[in-house]
Design a protein. Sequence first.
Length: 304
Amino acid sequence: MSEINSGTIFHIQPYSVHDGPGVRTVVFLKGCPLNCLWCSNPESIEKLPQIRTKGNLCEPGCVKCVGACLENKAIEKNASSVLLDFRKCRFCTIKSCISVCRTGAIELCGKEISVSDAVSEILKDRKFFGAEGGLTLSGGEPFMQADFTIELLERIRNAGISTAVETSLYAPFSVIEKALPYISFFIFDIKLINDDLHKHYCGVSNEIILRNIVKLAEIARIPLLPRMPVIPGITDTAENIDGLSEFLMGNKLKYINLLPYMKMGIPKYAQIGKQYQLESTPVPDRHDMEKVRSKFVSNGMTVL
């Protein structure tokens, strides 16, 4: 049975140096209100645990999952890997295919964890944090699981460890404000200034996000770092860069971090029964990234 002080996560990553200052342990929470077409963690969008397949891990000759499938038609096996028809899957989880798979070719992505157990896992890495490192909550969207997020941040902060969040800011500001006393470093994504484009590429309006940025810039007394993913032909346009620059600087935010679009997450889509929609979008090279950086700098911003 679920507890109030528990959350659903899909990964805990130690020794990260890209998710805030210093060496950090990143806890990835499931559930995101956005559905960005370039998302590199599509398994983070659904809040509940879900089945994921990794056919390359299949044991040759093993067909236990085929027989264990209660539908008996949702799983097939070719010469080398498992084939799961997600349209037929009834998500029986531990009662069937997952329980008989010995290699992880079929697994449950996501698990419920209590705050106490999460704290214990994070404290195992404490000796690696140093003066700047600590915990980063990412996702998904951490503020979708507000009770778990706030309590975990509070307990880690009270233990004298730095805390950070990576958020879309698509959440009630009352939740964000409640968490602020327990956050040392605040990282938020800002992707598209045009609302229609934001709806098209991210699935939701950006009104809440922009409104929260304004409020956050007014009251926060901690470092705030905006990030923009550089998606060729989508976020890297002059109109978008100029609009974001004007908005951020108008709220006294003069720094931005640029994240180059990557395709490393594409295989994850098939693993959870989804189709990736930006196959033809190129990965930006150094020249592309420099053009975006130079444009922000010419607008008066500092690029980190």
